[in-house]
Design a binder for this molecule. Structure first.
Ligand SMILES: [Fe+2]
Ligand SMILES: [Fe+2]
Length: 264
C-alpha cells in the first residue's frame, strides 16, 4: 500500500500546486491513500468547509490540521454537522486529538480504502505551543481502540525533539509518524527499527518565496520593529512537499519512506 502525506497546504499557491501536481504523483507512484495537513489552506490561517471539500475533490481522503484549526469560525459548525461515526467530508477533517475532550471535531478517523482498513491520528505537541493534553498518552488511548493495521500519525509540533520522541514512542505500533507545523522539510526520513516510517517535518506545500508562507517583508518588519502588523500569504515559488510511505497492508509495517518536493 502506498500512502502520500502532503505537508501543510498554505493558501491559494498551496492549493493550486496540489491541483496541478497531485494527479501526476498519484499516477507515477500508484498512490492508494492521500492525507494532507490543511490547517493553512485559507490564505494561511485555518480552513473553511468549502476549501476542505475542494481538497476532497482532488482525491485527498483525510485532512489533518493543527494549531490554526479554529482560525476560520465556520469549521466549528462544519464539525458539528457530523452525526455519529459517519464517513462524510466533515468527519474526514481532523483536529488534534489531545485537545480538551469537549471541543468540536475529532482527532482520529478510521476508514477503508481499496478494501484496506486504515486510521489517521492527528496530535499536537506541547513544547513552545499551547498547553494541551499529553499527546503520548492520548496516542496510547486511541491505539487501544483502533482495529486497522495501517495507521498514520500527524504530529503537529514545534520542537524536533518532541516529534522524534513521538516517532520512537510509537515505533512498531503505527505505520508512520510524520511531523508538520514548522513548514520546513527535514532530511531525516527513515524507517525506524520496528517498522514505523518517520520524518520530523514534511514541509509546507505553498509559497517558498516567503517566511514559512507569509510575505517576507511583513515578517521582517515584525522582527525589526516588534510592531503588530497584518500577515498575508505570499505567492512566489510554490512547491508541493510530501512523503510517500510504502507499507504492508496486512501488518501495517512500513517498508520505505521517500521525500518529495515539486515546484511548478
Ligand atoms: Fe502549518
Ligand atoms: Fe501549525
Amino acid at each position: 500500500m502506498r500512502i502520500l502525506f502532503i505537508g501543510d497546504i498554505f493558501g491559494r499557491p498551496g492549493r493550486n500546486i496540489v491541483k496541478d501536481r497531485l494527479p501526476g504523483i498519484v499516477r507515477d507512484h500508484q498512490i492508494n491513500l492521500i492525507i494532507a495537513n490543511g490547517e493553512n489552506s485559507a490564505a494561511g490561517f485555518g480552513i473553511t468547509p468549502a476549501l476542505a471539500e475542494e481538497l476532497f475533490e482532488l482525491n485527498i481522503d483525510v485532512i489533518t490540521t493543527g494549531n490554526h484549526v479554529w482560525d476560520k469560525r465556520e469549521i466549528v459548525d462544519y464539525f458539528q454537522l457530523v452525526e455519529g461515526n459517519g464517513h462524510g467530508p466533515a468527519r474526514r477533517v481532523l483536529r488534534p486529538a489531545n485537545y480538551p475532550a469537549d471541543m468540536p471535531g475529532s482527532g482520529v478517523y478510521e476508514g477503508i480504502k481499496g478494501q484496506i482498513p486504515y486510521a489517521v491520528i492527528n496530535l499536537q505537541g506541547r513544547v513552545f505551543m499551547a498547553s494541551n493534553d499529553d499527546p503520548f498518552r492520548t496516542a496510547d488511548q486511541l491505539l487501544q481502540k483502533i482495529k486497522a493495521k495501517v495507521i498514520l500519525v500527524d504530529i503537529h509540533a514545534e520542537a524536533t525533539s518532541e516529534k522524534i520522541s513521538m516517532g520512537w514512542y510509537l515505533d512498531g505500533r503505527v505505520t508512520a509518524v510524520v511531523g508538520t507545523h514548522t513548514h520546513v522539510p527535514t532530511a531525516d526520513e527513515r524507517v525506524l527499527p520496528n517498522g514505523t516510517a518517520y520524518v520530523t517535518d514534511v514541509g509546507m506545500t505553498g509559497p517558498y518565496d516567503s517566511v514559512i508562507g507569509v510575505e517576507k517583508e511583513q515578517i521582517l518588519h515584525r522582527f525589526l520593529t516588534g510592531l503588530p502588523s497584518r500577515f498575508e500569504a505570499a505567492k512566489g515559488d510554490p512547491r508541493l512537499c510530501a512523503v510517500l510511505v510504502e507499507c504492508d497492508p496486512n501488518t501495517g509495517k512500513a517498508n520505505s519512506i521517500q521525500r518529495i518536493m515539486l515546484g511548478e
